[in-house]
Design a binder for this molecule. Structure first.
Ligand code: IDP
Ligand code: MG
Length: 139
């Protein structure tokens, strides 16, 4: 069974360059409902914990540095089959490989600064949502 929510982050490069509004418009246009949202800046330690699964990857330190470099928007988004549908909307990790019309194709500036995060499984959507939001912040 597929879950009805996913978790997303509008990454620092996109927030810094004023792309939050246009990205939210694409998310809205694709039929996702915002179930929770806030702006925050992660500490280095929070970014390390959020990306714990990538700790052994060569890009980990640089990713943590980037994700804590400025404010982001964190969101819980509701949609049928949300995880899979949202991954389609954002496109491939590497913008060079992303389909035309996807958020990353339009707003990513590199593999690292690829504008947006989307959970890769229902289990991670739950874990990532719980990482940032308490029950009274979710609707
Ligand atoms: P995903 O965000 O599409 O799920 P992951 O493999 O989970 O991709 O990687 C998490 C994030 O780490 C990516 O969104 C990107 O910001 C960064 N990243 C992944 N691979 C590379 C790389 O090869 N070089 C630099 N950054 C990378
Ligand atoms: Mg991932």
């Amino acid at each position: 069974m597929n879950g009805n929510f996913t978790f997303s982050i509008i990454k620092p490069n996109a927030v810094r360059t004023g792309k939050t509004g246009p990205i939210l418009a694409m998310i809205n246009e694709a039929g996702f409902e915002i179930s929770a949202m806030k702006m925050l800046r992660m500490t280095r330690e929070q970014a390390e914990n959020f990306y714990e699964v990538h700790r052994e990857r060569p890009f980990y330190d640089s990713l943590v540095e980037f994700m804590s470099s400025g404010p982001v928007y964190v969101m819980i988004l509701r949609h049928d089959n949300a995880v899979e549908e949202f991954r389609k909307l954002i496109g491939a990790t590497d913008p060079a490989k992303a389909e035309p019309g996807t958020i990353r194709k339009i707003y990513a500036v590199s593999v690292q600064m690829n504008a947006i995060h989307g959970s890769d499984s229902d289990e991670n959507a739950r874990r990532e949502s719980d990482f940032f939001f308490s029950e009274i912040e979710r609707f």
